[in-house]
Design a protein around this ligand. Structure first.
Ligand code: KIV
Ligand code: ZN
Length: 502
């Protein structure tokens, strides 16, 4: 293990999927995992198999497909969880079990209702059991930053004693600040016997907006694995953002002297893929991957960049894979051309999938004339997102209304051999369409938030609608694209409902 190498552990598919409303299907998880592998992520945390059959299946399938990156499964410090994690991950070329138990008194007293000795025993037993299955075992003392350091050292020593190979220090509630977190990491290096033989990792949450700063501070103190998520997804305010960690290590190598195995030119594509499949848009001013991250508005800045890019840019847009795509397909382009361009963009669809995607491509190309690389990517992603979804929108008609009549919509939805048509009136065309979908499927759904964005510039741009709904008591996010905003909204609405029906 070289001393200047930082391992990137991606938890988009586990902690990231714990973001409110995110619910990824197996196909979507596979697509993201394959892209993470292309990006060069060292470890992919694929899920938490004991929590649901869906998670178990996703981890199993991902383990069979991913061969370069380590595939990791999460497990509480309980034998049933560890057995289930191993069952799911055992087919991986490089499997890892990650087990955790809380060590802070707050958690022990109010959540676990266990004594310190009992927790110490749980840590020992779970690492030992995991090690019986797998050589690569990670242990996390949850809420480490609010734990008594002396107790933390004892638990970590017990984990090392049982054969843990990575010790991960989570700032579970995003409470720590950079110099304090570095002190905690240094304390661990100074006080835990056997620490030199394991990788020290960190896992920071962003409740105070300090997840990236805390992770980097820990790396400066000697940590060599960073747990992070694409676009900073994760529980509550999220995890440290992968792209910010990776680009800081790269851009400031002069100062930090560290490197990762990440191919940074895959960052933009990974961010877009995750955003499209999770339904979580990326804020325009997000560091590294936001739409404005390389945009210069002020005249002075524009002038400087035109004269010499480095006057106002610390990294080249091309270094994160932001390059103008020269792909354009028109309504006369054939299936072969679509396949070729999709492959250039990194999407490898099977024969059936390609036929379906081609149908949708034709519909859009007929309306829009020609489709750019971004449009084609949106079509492919919509296909992946909706693959296997139960209900499909096969026809719709809307009337904006007027003085005499309110806005109305009629929708037809189909699945296998069933077909339903419903009409509804509403406050506007989107409202009427959503009401018609609810009536057709007889579900209860409440809209919390909706955003509309254009994928490319121009009045004929493809519209991209994201909706956050509560369906039958469950928060879900849906996304839909179309040249027509009402249709894009209908697709987003249906996408969210389908996730619950799934
Ligand atoms: O935030 C946390 O403590 C976690 C652990 C499971 C590592 O996600
Ligand atoms: Zn976490």
């Amino acid at each position: 293990m070289s001393d200047d190498r930082v391992y990137i552990f991606d938890t988009t598919l586990r902690d990231g999927e714990q973001s409110p409303g995110i619910s990824l299907g197996v196909r979507e998880k596979l697509e993201i995992a394959e892209q993470l592998q292309r990006l060069g992520v060292d470890i992919i945390e694929a899920g938490f198999p004991a929590t649901s059959q869906g998670d178990f299946d996703a981890v199993t399938q991902l383990s069979a497909r991913i061969s370069d990156s380590v595939v990791c499964a999460l497990a509480r410090a309980r034998s049933e969880d560890i057995d289930r994690a191993w069952e799911a991950v055992k087919g991986a070329a490089k499997p890892r079990i990650h087990t955790f138990v809380s060590t802070s008194d707050i958690h022990l007293e109010h959540q676990l209702r266990k004594t310190r000795d009992e927790v110490l025993e749980m840590a020992r037993a779970s690492v030992g059991r995991a090690r019986g299955y797998c050589e690569d075992v990670e242990f996390s003392p949850m809420d480490a930053t609010r734990s008594d350091p002396e107790f933390l050292y004892r638990v970590l020593e017990a984990a090392i004693g049982e054969g843990a190979t990575t010790l991960n220090i989570p700032d579970t509630v995003g409470y720590s600040i950079p110099d304090e977190f570095a002190e905690i990491i240094r304390g661990i290096f100074e006080n835990v016997a056997g620490i030199a033989g394991v990788v020290v990792s960190v896992h920071c949450h962003n409740d105070l907006g300090l997840a990236v700063a805390n992770s980097l501070s820990a790396v400066e103190a000697g940590a060599r694995q960073v747990e992070c998520a694409v676009n900073g997804l994760g529980e509550r305010a999220g995890n440290a953002s992968l792209e910010e960690i990776v680009m800081t290590l790269k851009v400031r190598q002069d100062r930090l002297g560290l490197k990762t195995g990440i191919n940074s030119t895959e960052i933009s594509r990974t961010s877009r893929l995750v955003s499209m499949l999770t339904g979580y848009p990326v804020q325009p001013n997000k560091a590294v991957v936001g739409r404005n991250a390389f945009a210069h508005e002020s005249g002075i800045h524009q002038d400087g960049v035109l004269k010499e890019r480095t006057t106002y840019e610390i990294m080249d847009a091309a270094s994160v894979g932001l390059v103008e795509s020269d792909i354009v397909l028109g309504k006369h382009s054939g299936r072969h051309a679509l396949k070729e361009q999709l492959e250039r963009l990194g999407y490898f669809l099977g024969e059936d999938e390609l036929n379906q995607a081609f149908k949708r491509f034709k519909e859009l190309a007929d309306k829009k004339g020609s489709l750019s690389g971004e449009d084609i990517e949106a079509v492919a992603l919509e296909y992946i997102r909706t693959e296997g979804q139960r209900w499909k929108l096969t026809a719709y008609e809307v009337h904006s209304g007027g003085k005499e009549a309110p806005p109305s919509a009629t929708v037809t939805l189909e699945r296998e051999d069933e077909r339903v048509t419903e009409r509804a009136i509403g406050d506007g065309m989107v409202d009427a369409t959503c009401k018609a979908i609810r009536a057709a499927l007889k579900v209860d759904a409440k809209l919390y938030a909706m955003t509309v964005e254009a994928i490319t510039a121009g009045l004929d741009a493809i519209g991209d609608v994201t909706m956050q709904l509560e369906v039958e008591g469950r928060r879900v996010v849906g996304r839909g694209v179309s040249t027509d905003i009402v249709e894009a909204a209908a697709r987003a609405y249906l996408n969210a409902i389908n996730k619950v029906l799934r």
